[in-house]
Design a protein around this ligand. Structure first.
Ligand code: ATP
Ligand code: MG
Ligand code: MG
Ligand code: MG
Length: 456
C-alpha cells in the first residue's frame, strides 16, 4: 500500500498502479493473466474519499481492490462474461439486482460509444439493465497521454424489496443512492493517447479490473452497509462496547465508530508496510488519519485515553493470515499507535477548548470563517492537522481561511529553514555504520522502524 519507488504517488490508490510498466510496454510481465488483491488508500490527490468515510457506508480510506488482469491476452468479451459468471454463479448474487454501465461516448472529445461492450453485455443481461455512462465514470485515463480506454461498471441494488418496487433501480444507479452501489469496474485499455490528443489503438490490448472487497462482502452477505459485514463487525463491536453504546442507535456515535473502525485499518496496514506517522509527506498522511480518529473518539465516544491500538490484535486475527506482515509486527504496530494517540491526547483537549472559545465568540459576532492564524496556532501548538480543524469547523457551520493558514505556514517554514534541514525523513536509511546484519526483510524493516521511532 505504501509506495516506495514512485515519487508521483505516496500510496497505492488502485490495483493498476503496480502494473503501470506492463501497460506502458516498459516491462514484460511474467504472466499474461493475473488475479490479485491490492491494498489501496484513497485519502489524497486524484482519489480522495476521506470526507465520505464514516458518513456513508461504502467508501473507506483503506480497502482491498480485487482485480483480474490481462496483459495483451483476453479482452472485452471474456472479461465481461467471466465477471458476470463470477458474480452470479460463483458468488450467487441475484441477477435482478445487478446493473451494468458502458461508456456512452463523448462528442466533445470525439469518443465513440463502446458499442462492443454493449453488444457483449446484451447477450448476458436484459437490455434494460444496461446504462450508458459519462466520460467521468466510464472512461479511464492514466494521465494526459498514455494508455486509456472505456470501462464498464457493475452496480448492485441492495435496497429492501418494497423500495425496489417503488423506484426502478435503473433510475438510481448513477444518482448515488446509498444502497445502489458500484462494486466492480472493468477497464478496457485499448487506446494510447498521443501528446496531440489523438487516440491510436494500442498494439496490445489490456484488461484492468477493480472490485472493492468490502463492498463485495456486503453484497454476498446481504447487508446494506460494509460495516455490517464480518470485515468490520469485530472492530465495531469492540469500539461500541468500550464506549458503552449500542451501534445503530445514534447517528453521531455511529459515524464515530465507523470512522475509527475504518481508520485503524489504514494506519495499521501503513505501519505494517513500513510507513510510520511523522510530520512530513506520507508519514503526515498517516498521522492526520490517526488524529482524526482520536478526535472522533474523544468528542463523541468519550475516549480520554488511547484506544485505537486495542484494535490491532483484532485486526491481526482477522487478516493476519492473508497479510502476514500484520501479524508478525502486531505488537510493534500497536505500540506505535498507542504512543501516537497518547502524544496527541496530551494537547487535544486544550486545542478543543481553544477552538470552543473561538466558536462561541464567532457565534456572537456572526463571523463564519475561522482565521488562518488560529488554524495555524492549533496546528503548531496543539498538533491539529488543517483537515481536522476544517472538519470541526464544518460540524459547526464554519469554514477555515485556508489561504491565510498557508501563508502562516510559509512564514514559519522560512523562519525555520535550518531546522527543516535537520528534519528526519520518512525512512530510516540503514547505512554501513549501523553495522546491521541483513537477516531478512521483515526483521530488518522492523528494526529500522524501531530505531526510527526512537529518534522522533
Ligand atoms: P465510487 O464511484 O464508488 O467512488 P470509483 O468509481 O471511484 O468508486 P474505481 O476507481 O472504479 O472506484 O475502483 C474500483 C472499485 O473499487 C470500485 O468499483 C469499488 O468497488 C471499489 N472502491 C473504490 N473506492 C473505494 C473506497 N473508497 N472504499 C471502498 N471501495 C472502493
Ligand atoms: Mg470514487
Ligand atoms: Mg464510480
Ligand atoms: Mg469506478
Amino acid at each position: 500500500m505504501v509506495n516506495k519507488d514512485d515519487p508521483t504517488l505516496m500510496f497505492t490508490n488502485a490495483g493498476m498502479n503496480q502494473f503501470k510498466d506492463y501497460f506502458l510496454g516498459n516491462k514484460k510481465p511474467v504472466h499474461n493473466r493475473v488475479a490479485d488483491t491490492q491494498k489501496c488508500l484513497r485519502v489524497s490527490g486524484k482519489h480522495n474519499d476521506l470526507e465520505e468515510v464514516g458518513l456513508d457506508t461504502y467508501h473507506h480510506t483503506m480497502f482491498e481492490m480485487l482485480g483480474n488482469w490481462s496483459f495483451g491476452d483476453y479482452f472485452k468479451k471474456e472479461a465481461i462474461a467471466w465477471a458476470w459468471e463470477l458474480l452470479t454463479e460463483v458468488y450467487a448474487l441475484p441477477k435482478d439486482r445487478l446493473y451494468v454501465t458502458v461508456f456512452g461516448g463523448d462528442k466533445g472529445d470525439n469518443l465513440d460509444v463502446d458499442q462492443e461492450a454493449y453488444d457483449f453485455w446484451k447477450v448476458i443481461v436484459d437490455e434494460d439493465r444496461i446504462l450508458y455512462g459519462s466520460k467521468k465514470d466510464n472512461f479511464w485515463e492514466m494521465g494526459d497521454t498514455g494508455p486509456c480506454g472505456p470501462c464498464s461498471e457493475i452496480h448492485i441494488d441492495l435496497r429492501p424489496e418494497e423500495e425496489v418496487k417503488k423506484i426502478q433501480g435503473k433510475e438510481l444507479v448513477n444518482n448515488d443512492h446509498p444502497q445502489v452501489v458500484e462494486i466492480w469496474n472493468l477497464v478496457f485499455m485499448e487506446f494510447n493517447r498521443q501528446a496531440s490528443g489523438e487516440l491510436k489503438y494500442l498494439p496490445a490490448k489490456h484488461v484492468d479490473t477493480g472490485m472493492g472487497f468490502e463492498r463485495l462482502c456486503m453484497a454476498i452477505q446481504k447487508k446494506s452497509s460494509n460495516y455490517d459485514t464480518d470485515v468490520f463487525t469485530p472492530l465495531i463491536e469492540h469500539v461500541a462496547d468500550k464506549a458503552k453504546v449500542t451501534y445503530g442507535q445514534n447517528e453521531q456515535t455511529d459515524i464515530a465508530i465507523r470512522v475509527i473502525s475504518d481508520h485503524v485499518r489504514a494506519i495499521a496496514f501503513a505501519v505494517a508496510d513500513g510507513q510510520l506517522p511523522s510530520n512530513t509527506g506520507a508519514g503526515y498522511v498517516i498521522r492526520r488519519i490517526l488524529r482524526r480518529a482520536v478526535r472522533y473518539g474523544f468528542t463523541f465516544l468519550d475516549f480520554k485515553s488511547p484506544f485505537i491500538y486495542e484494535l490491532v490484535p483484532i485486526l491481526s486475527s482477522q487478516f493476519g493470515e492473508v497479510f502476514p506482515e500484520l501479524k508478525s509486527q502486531q505488537d510493534f504496530i500497536a505500540k506505535v499507535i498507542e504512543q501516537e494517540e497518547a502524544s496527541f491526547l496530551r494537547t487535544l483537549e486544550n486545542g478543543l477548548k481553544k477552538l470552543d472559545g473561538v466558536k462561541e465568540q464567532m457565534k456572537g459576532s456572526g463571523e463564519k470563517v475561522i482565521e488562518g492564524k488560529l488554524a495555524f496556532d492549533l496546528y503548531d501548538t496543539y498538533g491539529f492537522p488543517l483537515d481536522l480543524t476544517s472538519l470541526i469547523a464544518r460540524e459547526n457551520g464554519f469554514t477555515v481561511d485556508v489561504e491565510s493558514f498557508n501563508t502562516e505556514m510559509q512564514k514559519q517554514k522560512s523562519r525555520s529553514k535550518a531546522d527543516a534541514a535537520k528534519e528526519t525523513g520518512d525512512w530510516h536509511v540503514v547505512g554501513d555504520q549501523d553495522n546491521i546484519e541483513f537477516v531478512g526483510y521483515e526483521k530488518l524493516i522492523s528494526e529500522a522502524q524501531v530505531v526510527k521511532y526512537r529518534t522522533i
